[in-house]
Design a binder for this molecule. Structure first.
Ligand code: PLP
Length: 374
């Protein structure tokens, strides 16, 4: 495991000290070292990355841009913001870029939350919400999940006078649950207009195309919405750290004020622009995900394991009944060169999250899972 010190420190506020440092999927090189494996034989299905990698056009743009790295990037990312605005059908003044969309989620907390404020999110909601709120020493209001997903009526009812911000992940990570456009519309209408709702759509590309515009339609009518998306998942650019959001200009303006200077690099901007223009690659990736999801679902059902129906590029699977099951099975899979994600940090210690890979990777994963279960 990582060597981040966990003991209490005299540094920082109590709220900052209560933050659990982010733990990502284990890197291939680290697992190779720890288990004495050849990195080329390791299958990583732990971080919801695109198993096809990135679009060839993005790859070329990245290589072409690499030698421009001696200069600071364009802090306003003019070209990419223009392209994203056209892609979403809004004006460029509505677009803010992030160092990954996690950066956007944190900007929202930075811009909107003070110590006296509260923020509503769901049990099993993406971990970055909790740390973003703790960084601000604001109060989290965590609403119990319903069928592993967001209980939107309960979340609306949980809003207090002090509430300034709500996070909704749709689909949610790590559970893969989805709320419908109708549920979402009812929710947005029931929340006071002075409370900002961040719709975190990191997996939107994997949804039926008919659903891609639902949040954008709501966005046009509601100046308290932020729709955040990323180049890390379907676009295959996780390592470059670039994401974005759309919001009405007044809200985009305050996000932009708390944005770190030069938060998206020159190479990331260039690759993202090329990736955005290659929607064929995104379609191929989504098709591969659909086939891979069916393959994993069938294999998991054959093993008789419980799973949560997923709308993303990953599956949440129950691998035992005891509170050590997730860690135990993940470790047994690691020793066979397959990296999946324990989710005990989400309060789901009997479960694992498995990203959808290529057909061969999924087959390796299912074989390792079967073997690990004995
Ligand atoms: C992966 C993910 C993100 C963003 O990741 P970035 O790499 O920071 O863009 C945001 N929200 C959810 C729910 C995710 O799973």
């Amino acid at each position: 495991m990582s060597s981040v010190p966990r003991e209490s420190s005299r540094w920082g506020t109590a709220s900052v000290r209560s933050i659990n440092p982010y733990v990502g999927g284990r890197p291939i090189a680290e697992v190779a070292r720890d288990f004495g494996l050849d990195p080329r034989d390791i299958v990583k299905l732990a971080s919801n990355e695109n198993p096809l990698g990135m679009s060839p056009a993005a790859r070329q743009a990245l290589l072409d841009a690499a030698l421009g790295a001696a200069r600071y990037p364009d802090n306003d990312a003019f070209e990419l913001r223009q392209a994203l605005a056209a892609h979403l059908g809004v004006d460029a003044s509505w677009i803010v870029l992030g160092h990954g969309s996690s950066d956007i989620l944190e900007m929202a907390a930075r811009a909107l939350l003070g110590e006296a404020d509260s923020c509503v999110y769901s049990e099993y909601g993406f971990v970055v919400y909790a740390s973003a709120v703790q960084q601000r020493a604001a109060r989290p209001i965590v609403v119990p999940a319903r069928d592993f997903g967001h209980d939107l009526p309960a979340m609306a009812a949980a809003v207090e006078a002090s509430t300034r911000l709500i996070y909704v992940a749709n689909p949610n990570n790590p559970t893969g649950t989805l709320v419908s456009p109708e549920q979402l519309r009812g929710f947005v209408q029931s929340v006071p207009g002075d409370v900002v709702i961040v719709l975190d759509e990191a997996y939107v590309e994997y949804l039926d195309p008919a659903l891609h515009g639902a949040s954008l339609e709501l966005l046009r009518q509601h100046p308290n919405l932020v729709v955040s998306r990323t180049f890390s998942k379907a676009y295959g650019l996780a390592g470059l750290r670039i994401g974005y959001c759309a919001a009405h200009p007044a809200l985009a303006d305050v996000l932009n004020r708390v944005r770190s200077a030069f938060n998206t690099g020159h190479t990331a901007q260039a690759a993202a622009l090329a990736a955005l223009r290659d929607q064929d690659f995104v379609r191929r990736s989504v098709e591969l995900n659909r086939a891979g999801m069916s393959q994993l679902e069938a294999g998991i059902d054959e093993l008789g394991l419980q799973r949560v129906p997923s709308h993303g590029n990953f599956l949440l699977v129950r691998v035992g009944d005891d509170a050590a099951a997730g860690a135990r099975v993940a470790r047994a899979m690691l020793s066979q060169g397959v990296i999946v994600r324990p989710v005990d940090n989400y309060g789901l210690p009997s479960w694992l999250r498995i990203s959808v890979g290529t057909e061969a990777e999924n087959a390796r994963c299912l074989a390792a899972l079967r073997h690990a279960l004995g």
